[in-house]
Design a protein around this ligand. Structure first.
Ligand code: NAD
Length: 249
């Protein structure tokens, strides 16, 4: 569908960042199936082209090449919309590095996309939302700890903190802000791991395998629904139960 046709659409509008791949992509499709008009934002033109090619034409999804760290570009996109009801901040990067090998540049790059990118998207969305708007950030189970990617853990713990702070600051505007914290999920990020790393991560999962991105999208769909706007400031772990502990007997 073209954006012009969709502009006159009265459906609720959702923006999904990082929607060209993985969890964002599954979320965009799920929200469109839920009845939203969805704008997919991604900086990767190839991922967007792949997304477009694989779409069911009946779904109200348009794709936009924007970097979430580019505030002006995000503003231009959102200013062109008549309404904004849901913002899902899923764009993110991953990188495995021993603690001693992480450089300032690695650390800054991680915070730039995974934390500042969430802040920019959520802040600009909140400025345009009416009462009843919903913001869903994608943090990670790694927010509670994890070895081999300290900069990622720090950024994701920051996303949980930011989500809780935004929930308080936006309460007066009746905008709900929550986070979904996925466990190991089969996406572009995990496909970039070496086969050995992938096998090790899988073995640590209670299920023994990564989650399907649709499982994560299911939780986002719940928090994006207008019926759940009384829930705010929460982080929903979708990790097969790994975050609650291990079975020892
Ligand atoms: P993915 O690589 O499949 O998708 C991430 C998408 O974000 C890509 O399409 C990428 O182009 C886009 N992106 C990256 N930087 C961007 C930017 N600056 N501007 C716009 N788009 C950008 O990976 P994924 O696993 O689906 O990641 C989605 C989110 O889920 C991330 O925030 C990630 O940290 C989080 N997460 C993933 C897992 C997992 O195991 N896959 C676990 C926990 C959390």
């Amino acid at each position: 569908m073209t954006r012009e046709i969709l502009k006159n659409d009265s459906r609720e509008t959702a923006v999904v960042t990082g929607g060209g791949s993985g969890i964002g992509r599954a979320t965009a499709i799920r929200l469109a199936q839920d009845g939203f008009r969805v704008l997919v934002v991604d900086r990767d033109a190839k991922a967007l082209a792949g997304m477009k090619a694989g779409l069911d034409g009946a779904l109200a999804i348009t794709c936009h090449e924007v970097d979430v760290c580019d505030r002006l570009a995000m503003c231009r996109l959102l200013d062109d919309e008549a309404r904004l009801d849901v913002m899902v901040c899923a764009a993110g990067i991953g990188q495995m590095l021993p603690f001693d090998a992480i450089t300032d540049q690695d650390f800054r790059a991680m915070l730039e996309v995974n934390l500042l990118g969430v802040f920019i998207g959520a802040q600009e969305a909140s400025r345009r939302m009416k009462a009843g708007g919903r913001i869903v950030t994608i943090s990670s189970r790694a927010a509670i700890g994890g070895g081999g990617f300290a900069h990622y853990v720090a950024a994701k713990a920051g996303v949980v903190g930011l989500t809780r702070a935004m929930a308080i600051d936006l309460r007066g505007k009746s905008i709900a802000v929550n986070s979904v914290a996925p466990g190991f999920t089969e996406t572009g990020i995990t496909r970039a791991l070496t086969p050995e790393q992938h096998a090790k991560f899988s073995a640590l999962e209670p299920s023994g395998h990564p989650a399907d991105p649709a499982e994560i999208a299911n939780a986002v769909s719940f928090l994006a629904s207008p019926k759940t706007s009384f829930i705010t400031g929460q982080t929903l772990f979708v990790d097969g139960g790994k975050s609650v502990g291990s079975l020892l007997l």
